[in-house]
Design a protein around this ligand. Structure first.
Ligand SMILES: [Zn+2]
Length: 131
């Protein structure tokens, strides 16, 4: 198992709920995310907690990288969901890299259902959209 995160602490995805009532059940497999937005939040929280296994498991097999190395020096400061409609979610994640530099990653992600569970397909952010 990756990092044990205290269930009573507020969830790393920034929902304001405790981890046990937010992304925790998605991570431990007891309750798969019911919507693309919930999955997007759970994947963000998994990145924040260094849970590469969850990130890979919820990635569409046709698009999934063979390995995923999460940099433990990257800090995940905040997540903002701009729009969630149909199978697409647009969000910004504020990250801080090892050198202390902060940047905002803005992405429009596409999700799909595979065997009844939502998976991340890919990023369809138009290349002209600035971050
Ligand atoms: Zn959460």
């Amino acid at each position: 198992m990756p990092l044990a995160y205290p269930p009573f602490k507020s969830c790393p995805c920034g929902s304001g709920h405790s981890y046990a009532h937010c992304c925790g059940p998605a991570h431990d497999g007891t309750c798969p995310p019911a919507t693309p937005e919930a999955l997007m939040r759970a994947r963000y929280a998994a990145y924040a907690l260094g849970n590469a296994a969850f990130v890979l498991k919820t990635w569409h097999p046709d698009h999934r990288p063979t390995t995923l190395h999460l940099n433990d020096h990257t800090r995940y400061l905040c997540l903002k969901v701009h729009e969630a409609s149909g199978d697409e979610v647009e969000f910004s994640a504020t990250l801080k890299v090892a050198g202390g530099e902060k940047y905002v990653l803005r992405e429009r992600s596409v999700f799909a259902q595979l065997d009844g569970q939502w998976v991340y397909v890919n990023d369809v952010t138009p290349p002209t959209l600035d971050a």
